[in-house]
Design a protein around this ligand. Structure first.
Ligand SMILES: Cc1cc2nc3c(=O)[nH]c(=O)nc-3n(C[C@H](O)[C@H](O)[C@H](O)COP(=O)(O)OP(=O)(O)OC[C@H]3O[C@@H](n4cnc5c(N)ncnc54)[C@H](O)[C@@H]3O)c2cc1C
Length: 803
């Protein structure tokens, strides 16, 4: 056995084996996988092996698509048959809402070239003669759907990895992991200890136990999951072809052909957790006691759709455990608290996602970053707020509600509120409709008095459409007050603070009393963050960015942080924020600040700590993402309420009204301001996202500088459209067409409150960028004419925000 390796992967399920294969395939062959029993001794051996590609978000779809590519190659490369069947897949639509949901997915998947199209009920019955189509309105057909044999696919990854030089030690449980001072790891087993530069926790059902060996806690919880296999069905025996993968999302059911019978699995309407306090160490190739009564509702709905099930005999029932994160998405990537420690945990659909996770982790380990933005699965998306109680509640909720559609801007109530801003009660009294971001509540919009403070859920225009437009108008015409704590807030101080920020950020740091906007780039020159940075004192800066990214940002900062002379603090929860915006904002702050606030003394992009009313040391930044004149104010959370009351009472005769974050997101569309996770992400270079004007190449050195100099030509162009969408709505991910051919995609959409136009921001491929082109945007299956705008629809010169 080896005692030294570049990487030790812990766990020989499909995910661990795929990671090992991808490391070796990318040239890292000094790699080892440790498995406590035989390979596939967790969830992998009893999976149903169903495969599909039409999923959201896009990064997940790309991973699913890659799976199909890899299984085709893997069978040849390993010589191991994976039992890979490409049958196509059919998404059953029982309601108009499901049709809409599928139309949105279909449009989103065009970006990746994933082929899907709606088929008639007649065609649906031709493809699946078992269907009683009277329960359906329609169906979406996906070309890449099918299934794989789980054990064979896992063995194929293992065999191909071995052929490339990787080593696998079975019956070798990892008993402890210790980190050395240089960041490398000792991995103890019952036989030897292996010294590795990196370790990967791919321990599946035991992800929590292996994490605990390194002193970390992962938000994971196992649940039980059933599927059954019927006896042979005559209708299938007489088919003459193999059935496609069947997804009946509204009933939480998936099905596929197994032999001459049907395999039918269900996300049961009551979720049963398993091994809540820890997965038994002696659990292996076992199943759990079956309880088909939990599948009763799902099964009844399936009999309605496929009546031949009504008198089918049941050959086999599987009840197996799988382990989930709170949102049921995988937890992958470098753990934010530990160097050289990678997670590959909570993988819900390992036979769809394992290949992509292997690819992404190998890229992350070898190249320092994955090739695509995979934040939707990043372990850093959960903070300490996702504790055991939250994880338990959320896994139950999302498992049980898997048959529910996810709507644009949908907020989930489960486990909330976790953290509340100090002004929560005031917002609540004003009938705020709350959302939650990284565990903190914020007001999305305000319902009229007496109206239920709740979002309606639809793909068309929801109940908040008009109120949010009205809030936007208030911002444009008078004065809005917004609770504004959901920002990642970092304080960087110390004698080398400026120098360090100049190195880690792409723009030059501001002078004292000023702010700047700066992208943060990865070593490969991709966007790793987007910040407002204010210099409060000579050696003290405030750095503000997207709140959900705060642990991911910390992870990036930590890579470059020197041991001395720079103090970095994450003040995101300690500090609260308030924002005033609109033409009367300057009048309000002038009344309250003990400083000259006119534009001559405190111009646009000024930043200072000042006294507001009787509240000292309020950090005031003259900037507004709405594109109006505005001021962001940050202060310790316990003082937020006093400042809020002061602003509200003084602003009364200046037309002040409470506004929510949705009004912010809609007003910024009129300004074509890009937002993190929508227009800005590691998927783009600074040039593609038009952020290069904030990249200061005259600085001698900063992270990503070499890559910027060597940028390949841009693949896509950032664009703004106004769209003739009528009574529909734009949400993001819709396909953009040029002369009837797919040309790009929308990243975010909405309605401009002052311009009164549907607005879409997005990207088109550079080849398809034509100033006079006839563009259209696909909304719920219909092509709507779109007009390209070369500058923002509102105040293109930026005179308002400087006024
Ligand atoms: C009933 C059922 C049906 C499913 N159907 C599908 C489907 O149709 N499609 C799909 O894509 N997915 C499906 N899944 C999910 C799929 O099974 C999982 O996503 C996948 O198996 C997870 O793989 P893994 O490698 O992460 O974990 P696991 O399979 O749990 O593997 C983890 C491995 O780590 C080893 N290990 C743990 N601790 C240690 C240690 N200390 N030292 C050494 N080794 C250790 C374990 O022995 C185990 O072999 C299904 C799951 C269930 C339960």
């Amino acid at each position: 056995m080896k005692t030294v390796a570049q990487v030790v992967v812990i766990g020989g399920g499909v995910v661990g084996c795929s990671i090992l294969y991808h490391l070796a395939k990318n040239g890292w062959t000094d790699v080892v996988l440790l498995e406590r029993m035989e390979l596939t001794s967790g969830s992998s051996w009893h999976a149903a092996g169903g495969l599909f590609t039409v999923v959201r978000p896009n990064a997940a779809a790309e991973m699913h698509k890659y799976t199909f590519q890899i299984y085709r190659e893997l069978e040849k490369e390993s010589g191991q048959d994976c039992g890979f069947h490409v049958t196509g897949g059919i998404n059953i639509c029982r309601t108009q809402e499901e049709m809409d949901s599928n139309a949105m997915m279909q449009s989103a998947c065009r970006r990746l070239g994933i082929e899907s199209h709606f088929i008639s009920l007649h065609e649906a019955r031709e493809k699946v003669p078992l269907l009683d189509t009277s329960h359906m309105l329609g169906a979406l057909w996906e070309e890449e759907g099918g299934h794989v044999d789980p054990a064979s696919a896992t063995q194929a990854f293992a065999a191909a990895a071995r052929q490339l030089g990787a080593e696998i030690y079975r019956h070798t449980p990892v008993t402890a992991t210790h980190q050395r001072s240089d960041g490398s790891w000792d991995v103890d087993t019952d036989k030897v200890s292996i010294h590795a530069e990196y370790i990967v926790n791919a321990a599946g059902l035991w992800g929590r136990e292996v994490a605990a060996m390194a002193g970390i806690e992962l938000p994971l919880m196992p649940v039980e999951h059933h599927y059954l296999v019927t006896e042979n069905l005559p209708i299938i025996e007489n088919l003459g072809f193999e059935l496609p993968q069947i997804n009946d999302n509204e009933t939480g059911v998936y099905a596929r052909q197994e032999g001459m019978g049907l395999l039918l699995g269900a996300y049961e309407s009551s979720c049963t957790h398993w091994a809540v306090d820890g997965t038994p160490l002696d659990f292996g190739h076992e199943l759990l006691d079956e309880d088909l009564s939990r599948m009763e509702w799902n099964f009844e709905k399936s009999v309605e759709l496929m009546p031949c099930l009504g008198d089918a005999g049941i050959k086999r029932i599987i009840n197996g455990p799988m382990i989930f994160s709170p949102d049921l998405g995988p937890l992958i990537g470098p753990h934010p608290q530990l160097s050289n420690y990678f997670c590959a945990n909570g993988v819900m659909a390992g036979f769809n996602q394992g290949a992509g996770i292997g690819r992404a982790l190998a890229e992350w380990i070898i190249q320092g970053e994955p090739e695509i933005d995979i934040f939707c699965w990043d372990v850093a998306r959960f903070g300490a707020w996702a504790d055991k109680s939250y994880t338990r509640q959320a896994t139950r909720y999302f498992y049980q509600n898997r048959s529910e559609k996810v709507y644009p801007y949908q907020e989930f109530e489960v486990g909330r509120p976790i953290h509340k801003p100090a002004v929560y009660a005031r917002l609540s009294e004003a009938n705020a409709v709350f959302g939650s971001s990284f565990g903190l509540e914020h007001a999305n919009w305000f319902a009229a008095p007496g109206v239920e403070a709740k979002d309606s859920l639809t793909y068309r225009q929801p109940n908040w459409w008009k109120p949010v437009i009205d809030e936007g108008k208030r911002i444009r015409n008078e004065l809005g007050l917004m609770e504004f704590s959901t920002m990642a807030k970092f304080e960087v101080s110390g004698s080398a603070a400026g120098r360090w920020l100049d190195f880690v950020m792409a723009n030059k740091m501001p002078n004292l009393g000023r702010m700047t906007l700066s992208p943060m780039l990865s070593a490969k020159g991709r966007l790793a963050g987007d910040f407002s940075i204010a210099r409060i004192d000579e050696d003290r800066f405030m750095v503000l960015g997207a709140d959900t990214m705060q642990l991911a940002f910390m992870r990036h900062f930590d890579r470059y942080l020197p041991e001395q002379d720079v103090v970095l603090k994450n003040l995101s929860t300690e500090f609260g924020g308030l924002h005033i915006c609109g033409p009367n904002a300057q009048a309000l702050i002038s009344r309250l600040a003990q400083a000259d606030m006119d534009s001559a003394h405190f111009p646009f992009m000024s930043a200072r700590s000042m006294t507001i009313g009787n509240i000292d040391n309020v950090l005031v930044f003259r900037v507004s993402f709405t594109g109006e004149s505005g001021y962001e104010m940050y202060l310790p959370m316990q003082q937020q309420l006093a400042l809020f009351d002061l602003l509200r009472s003084e602003g009364e005769n200046l037309g002040l009204g409470l506004v929510g974050t949705r009004a912010l997101m809609h007003t910024r569309l009129e300004k074509s301001f890009p937002a993190w996770a929508l227009e800005l992400s590691p998927d783009y270079t600074a040039v593609e996202a038009e952020m290069d004007r904030f990249v200061s190449l005259d600085k001698p050195d900063f992270v990503g500088r070499d890559a910027v100099i060597d940028y390949a030509p841009a693949r896509e162009k950032f664009v703004t459209f106004s769209v003739d969408a009528g009574e529909c709505a734009l949400w993001g991910d819709e396909a953009i067409f040029l002369d009837g051919e797919p040309a790009g995609y929308v990243t975010s959409g909405g309605f401009g409150p002052l311009t009164e136009k549907h607005i879409a921001l997005g990207y088109v491929s550079c080849d398809a960028y034509q100033i006079t082109g006839q563009y259209s945007i696909e909304i719920l299956g219909k092509l709507c004419p779109a007009e390209l705008h070369l500058e923002p629809l509102y105040d293109p010169a930026g005179a308002k925000m400087r006024a």
